[in-house]
Ligand binder design. Structure first.
Ligand SMILES: [Zn+2]
Length: 439
């Protein structure tokens, strides 16, 4: 078996399941494994206790003139998702195995296997005396449980960096690499409408007393998108895609297929055509759930209380505070006179965006092209990744990419990564550090 397999397999065998308190020591052990690899590359590294969470912070210095060399910050996480249902794995989740052309095991794609590419790439250049940048690693063990310790750490770390690399995503198809240059933010609201003190008999009061279900439905109706666009106050601040981004999006699979593949119904006639615009560059409001009255049993009740959860995915460029204020104004204006509204904001996260023409992005694309022969396409993610926003706020352009494929089964049984992408990924990581040496 190859050298990389033996080494990576040690890392993958550690069941660093952050969601399971019984594995807390394994999460630390995985962190120590990362620390030791950085030290073995000639760097310095520590497992830092950040308010009870283990972070690995380390640095492999440039081979020469480290004082004036650019610094590249690499982020990855060494925790993994729980492996269950175990019976659906073709080989044990924590016993990595190569079958056919794929490497299988929990964490091969998300994210230990991909973090390993950056670690091994930096080590190879350092050992050869050819590392042109200072590579700083900041890794956490709570990504899979939504932890924010690494974001807090980076916000408090005033050393800055010239660029950052995150290999925690993947290609849009085999040998079609992508850079993700934006993520959406999130606002999450709990909405409660009340119209009286006690539920009523619909025969005695129906038609005369205000029904909270009606009041909630009318209120939410005013917030919904029409033809895929929210009300203008909820669209404030959007950074639209550039011509180059739109050009790259043509290489993405058709939106109609993305919807049909999930058995989804297009929201309106233009939705499939505008799939990527709507899911990555526009804000999207979703009612996540409604509860009121008697939706299952036949009960002639007139409910006086109705609740809903509503989320807003914020487009790159939008400010959560501005949009939350607009949301509250719109919802209060739509509330029928006499109804009471209790609005709670349960969470908020900023969107992130990297300028597509940032020098680090162009150099990064050059590096991928050099190794893979294909220039990465620039895409945006519809999801939310607070670390991207934190890095963007500090003016650090971030290359968010990776080698996992759409069928990598992340978070699911038989998580996999093409085995040839490990040596190729290490080579690409080296090319990235070399190119970023020009910053
Ligand atoms: Zn994950």
């Amino acid at each position: 078996m190859s050298e990389w397999f033996d080494e990576l397999a040690q890392f993958l065998r550690i069941p660093s399941i952050s969601a399971d308190p019984a594995h807390a020591a394994d999460v630390v052990r995985a962190g120590e494994w990362v620390r030791d690899l950085i030290r073995g590359a000639g760097g310095s590294a520590e497992v830092v206790d950040w308010h009870g969470q283990p972070l690995v912070v380390g640095e492999v210095r440039a081979s020469s003139n480290a004082e004036s060399a650019p610094t590249v910050l690499c982020y990855g996480h060494f925790d993994v998702q729980p492996p269950d249902p175990l019976e659906l794995w073709s080989s044990p989740a924590f016993e990595p195995e190569i079958r056919g052309d794929r490497l299988y095991g929990r964490g091969v794609a998300d994210d230990k296997g991909q973090l390993y590419l950056l670690l091994a790439g930096a080590r190879a250049l350092a050992r050869a005396g050819r590392l042109p940048v200072n590579v700083r690693f900041a890794c956490d063990g709570e990504e899979e449980t939504g932890g924010h310790s690494i974001v807090e750490f980076l916000e408090a770390d005033d050393r800055g960096a010239d660029a950052a690399i995150i290999f925690d995503s993947g290609m849009i198809g085999e040998d079609v690499p992508a850079f993700n240059i934006a993520t959406r933010g999130l606002l999450y609201f709990h909405v409660e409408v009340s119209t009286g003190s006690t539920d009523l008999h619909s025969g005695l009061y129906g038609g005369a007393a205000m029904n909270a279900a009606h009041a909630l439905v009318r209120t939410l109706q005013a917030l919904l998108a029409s033809d895929g666009r929210l009300a203008e106050p909820l669209r404030e601040g959007i950074v639209p895609p550039t011509a180059r981004e739109l050009e790259d999006w043509r290489q993405l699979p058709a939106g109609a297929g993305e919807l049909a593949g999930q058995g989804a119904t297009p929201a309106d006639p233009a939705a499939a055509e505008e799939f990527y615009l709507r899911t990555t560059a526009e804000p999207a409001l979703d009612i996540n759930g409604i509860a009121t009255g008697s939706p299952h049993l036949e009960k002639t009740v007139l409910p006086v209380r109705a609740v809903a959860n509503v989320s807003v995915r914020l487009a790159p460029g939008q400010d959560p505070e501005t949009i939350a204020a607009a949301f509250e104004r719109l919802i209060r204006a739509a509330l029928p006179d006499g109804a009471q509204l209790d609005l709670q904001r349960w969470s908020s996260a900023r969107p992130g965006i990297v300028p597509p023409d940032a020098r680090a992005i162009l150099l990064g694309q050059d590096a991928f092209e050099r190794v893979l022969g294909v220039r990465p396409v620039l895409v945006r993610s519809g999801g939310t990744l607070p670390i991207v926003a934190a890095l963007a706020d500090r003016g650090i352009p971030t290359i968010i990419s990776g080698f996992s494929l759409p069928d990598a089964q992340i978070h699911a049984p038989d998580e996999n990564l093409p085995a040839r992408y490990v040596p190729l990924g290490i080579e690409t990581a080296q090319a990235l550090f070399e190119e970023l040496g020009k910053l």
